[in-house]
Design a protein around this ligand. Structure first.
Ligand code: LLP
Length: 439
């Protein structure tokens, strides 16, 4: 269950009271900003998603870029999930967290030779598939496979060339023909020929990833239909004989808005709704003999992580009420980068009849885009707040801009704090910067 408030006004996550958690952190001044994750709920998302396959062959390749914390990856892998990685470093994290190589797919438009070598050579027979994103990349993967003496298992990522205007934020829409991703659909047959004529490549799959954070199943299924159409036509022509899977990518959206009193909205489909819809499309295309791979990131972890932040300064000026907190755009960049809205709530809110008033919640970074938006909060400024639904693309996109440290991370499991990591020490950054260029 995502963060919720109990009858005493305490915000809880994974059974842990967050005000209590904050009190238990060592140095209160440097303990926040801290991401807090509910590992059991993340594992539950994987179980629910796998259940939607009803025992048919599948792989949930968790998109590591959403959250690479070891405890998170281990909790997800323990439910039988694999991983979608996009760098050699993510691949190492996945492997060291116990994800078996045969459950890992590697996406990315500009993999280096070293990264391709790493993917092809790990484990007894390499990863499940290096997903090739352009006709030109085929020759390079082939050359690396030859050099490493391995037959590389590859997938082809096709760009479905859809019109995605307005379907999600432009920065995270990938399946349109102005995007750098994937083999253009018209080049798919030529790419298949090139792969199939190489003794160094084994074409095991074809995939598409249409983009991220879709709040309806429409574009996801539309993209899958294009993919299935290409696969079906090639198979009818006697091709794709070594193919074992189709991969319809990630992109299942989440509900960042939450319930709004008096407003009825179409609910955001659950991840299992996306899987059911795409399985139906696979059935219609008569491709049921192929395993179905999906690559969800956000929908597994977003709702089960929050960013806890201390209020450092209150400012009331020109009629505006500013709540200045110790988390900034460097800790959670989504609002600044995508205009994303995350709910901000107090950690402790005793039951009261007094109406909440709008506060503008901003961080300490010297940019006007360091702004989490206006939120209803108690008139008496809270001492701590939580930014909700921050479990995906939070810490993984954090930076040390403005000489700020990376946030802490706290892991909750079994109704208690099971582990935590401190913020990186200030001195580490200072020494590295002072040393930069110093002979
Ligand atoms: N597969 C591929 C090939 C991807 O590029 C991505 C995300 C995923 C799977 C996972 O998508 P998801 O299920 O998480 O939507 N930083 C942005 C999101 C960038 C997504 C990039 N690719 C954000 O904070 O909204």
């Amino acid at each position: 269950m995502p963060a919720s408030r109990d009858s005493n006004g305490l915000l809880r996550l994974g059974g842990v009271s967050l005000p209590e958690l904050v009190r238990s952190l060592p140095a209160a001044q440097s303990a926040t900003p801290a991401y807090v994750y509910d590992l059991d709920a993340m594992a539950g998302e994987v179980r629910a998603l796998r259940g939607a396959f009803d025992g048919s062959p599948h792989l949930v390749a968790y998109a590591m870029k959403a959250n690479t914390a070891g405890a998170v990856v281990r909790a997800i892998a323990a439910q039988g999930a694999g991983a979608d990685v996009v760098s050699g470093a993510e691949l190492l994290v996945a492997l060291r967290c116990g994800v078996p190589p045969e459950r890992i797919v590697y996406n990315g438009v500009a993999k280096t030779d070293a990264e391709i070598d790493q993917a092809v050579s790990c484990g007894p027979s390499g990863i499940a598939a290096v997903q090739i994103e352009s006709v030109e990349e085929i020759a390079r993967v082939e050359a690396r496979a030859r050099a490493t003496g391995r037959r590389a298992r590859v997938g082809l990522r096709v760009n479905p060339s859809l019109d995605l205007d307005g379907a999600t934020h432009a920065h995270i829409a990938t399946g349109h023909d102005r995007a750098k991703f994937g083999v253009p659909r018209d080049d798919a047959a030529r790419a298949v020929d090139l792969c199939e004529s190489s003794p160094h490549l084994e074409l095991v799959g074809m995939g598409a990833h249409v983009g991220s954070h879709f709040t309806s199943t429409g574009p996801y299924v539309e993209s899958a239909d294009v993919l299935f159409g290409i696969v079906g036509a090639l198979r009818a022509a006697g091709r794709l004989r070594s193919m074992t899977f189709v991969d319809t990518g990630g992109g299942f959206g989440v509900d960042y808005v939450g319930p709004v009193p008096g407003e009825t909205r179409a609910p955001v489909p659950a991840p299992s709704d996306f899987v059911r819809a795409v399985r139906a499309a696979q059935g219609r295309a008569r491709l049921d003999d192929l395993a179905l791979y999906v690559e969800p990131g956000r929908s597994i972890v977003a709702a089960h992580g929050i960013l806890v932040s201390r209020v450092t300064q209150v400012k009331v000026a020109d009629g505006a009420r500013w709540l200045m907190i110790d988390a900034g755009m460097n800790d959670l960049i989504r609002p600044a980068l995508y205009g994303a809205r995350h709910r901000v709530v107090p950690l402790y809110a005793p039951p009261s009849d007094e109406p909440w008033i709008p506060w503008r919640v901003v961080g300490p970074v010297c940019e006007s885009s360091d702004d989490f938006g206006e939120h209803p909060l108690p008139r008496a400024a809270p001492d701590y707040v939580a930014i909700l639904d921050a479990g995906a693309y939070g810490y993984t996109m954090a930076s040390v801009y403005n000489g700020r440290q990376l946030p802490a991370e706290v892991f909750v499991s079994g109704g208690r704090v099971s582990a935590r990591t401190e913020r990186t020490p200030v001195e580490e950054w200072v020494a590295e910067r002072v040393g930069a260029g110093a002979g």
